[in-house]
Ligand binder design. Structure first.
Ligand SMILES: [Fe+2]
Length: 403
């Protein structure tokens, strides 16, 4: 399909946006909401995908067939997290790589820490999604690819992914994950609000500023449209409020011949995050990647340590006031902690200070750099712990600060 360049005209955008910018793939008509016909003279079906009703980011998509042709709705089933610890007041550690490998993608997703703003899950799917599509109507999903590679398929096109990528899938985006092989480890955050770049890193037009640790060139957008022209039975498993509703549609969901707008899935690699460093220890917000309602995410990457002659590279003890702190360990050595393994999750909850393990502060002095990679989720409301998470918990972790 050829690409038609569309000039954006009219009044400047005055609403502040913190998302990737205008993008277009495939063929689109010269204006919105006008006749757009196929070679046989019939009309393409236009769909507006807009957020906050008609008030925030949106894209316009053009389908071979209407996206509304429902054939059947099956009986829904619950995927509600099974909460074992509602009111957590203990430092916790979980061996995330003990999450079992499971063929099916949706079955592989194990919620571990949840609250009303986000669900944090682990998944180790071994098979690509081939028999169904998935849509999460209430959550934008951030899928951090710890291990694995493949292609994220949506109606917006194909988005290849690889180890280290964060995939951001806006809420209500139907998708399929195609994996290159069976070795996949995913750390997933379901955000019940839109995930945006930190406001302080953008100007009023939404462009990433010079001091941001990443810029638009680091954001990988869907690359290629492969519009389907198929009718049949297409199963879309639609998640809404902890239930999966199995829908069967008459038209292939990825039948878009062109689209444009600001709303689409994208990828950002942890390997493209440029760390911010200083003469003395920099606070966690310098590692921030996204913000959402009542939580933020961060990426810790290899970086040079602080260069004040008396600097202490290890972090200071800190009181968790209004923040449950979740760290997912990806790669490398962690100078502040003992016994760190890949895929480990720590939870340091609101109300209990935490800090470097014994000996870590002295040991860090004079060190020049760290090779660590980690993803952090800080929630401003307490997280609940699921029954499955307790199955791979290190039960004595809370005592690990004793010499
Ligand atoms: Fe911390």
């Amino acid at each position: 399909m050829g690409i038609i360049c569309v000039t954006v005209t009219g009044f400047p955008v005055i609403k502040i946006t913190y998302m990737p910018h205008y993008y277009s793939l495939g063929k689109i008509p010269k204006k919105r909401h006008i006749q757009f016909r196929k070679d046989d003279g019939t009309l393409y079906a236009e769909q507006l995908v807009s957020t906050e009703g008609f008030s925030d980011l949106y894209s316009n998509t053009y389908h071979n067939f209407p996206p509304t042709a429902i054939k059947n709705i099956g009986k829904e089933w619950s995927v509600k997290p099974d909460i074992a610890v509602d009111n957590n007041m203990q430092h916790r550690s979980f061996q995330g790589f003990q999450a079992p490998k499971t063929e099916d993608y949706l079955e592989s997703r194990i919620p571990v820490l949840v609250n009303n703003d986000c669900y944090i899950s682990l998944a180790a799917p071994t098979k690509s999604m081939t028999t169904y599509f998935f849509k999460n109507t209430m959550a934008t999903e951030m899928i951090f690819v710890h291990e694995g590679s493949g292609v994220l398929h949506t109606m917006y096109g194909e988005l290849p992914f690889r180890q280290g990528d964060h995939l951001i899938i806006p809420m209500s985006t139907t998708y399929q994950l195609e994996f290159a092989d069976e070795n996949n480890r995913l750390f997933i955050v379901e955000s019940f609000s839109h995930m945006r770049f930190p406001k302080r890193y953008t100007n009023d037009q939404g462009q990433l500023l010079e001091h941001s640790p990443f810029c638009e060139r680091d954001i990988r957008k869907p690359e290629r449209l492969n519009p389907k022209d198929e009718k049949g039975d297409f199963k879309i498993l639609i998640k809404k409020n902890d239930y999966i509703f199995p829908y069967t549609y008459a038209n292939h969901p990825f039948d878009v011949v062109g689209w444009d707008g600001y709303l689409y899935p994208y990828a950002f690699s942890i390997y493209d995050f440029e760390p911010i460093t200083g003469r003395i220890h920099q606070p966690p917000p310098v590692h921030q990647t996204w913000e959402a309602r009542n939580f933020v995410t961060c990426a810790f990457v290899p970086r040079l340590y602080d260069y004040h002659p008396q600097a202490i590279p290890a972090p200071y003890n800190h009181a968790n006031v209004e923040s449950d702190e979740v760290l997912y360990y990806v790669e490398g050595d962690f100078m502040s902690r003992k016994h760190v393994e890949r895929g480990m999750i720590t939870l340091h909850p609101i109300g209990i200070p935490h800090g470097p393990h014994p000996g870590a502060v002295e040991k860090s002095i004079g060190k020049l750099e760290t090779k660590e990679y980690a993803v952090m989720v800080d929630t401003f409301k307490p997280l609940h712990i699921t029954r499955q998470a307790l199955e791979f918990e290190d039960k004595d972790y809370y005592k690990s600060w004793i010499d």
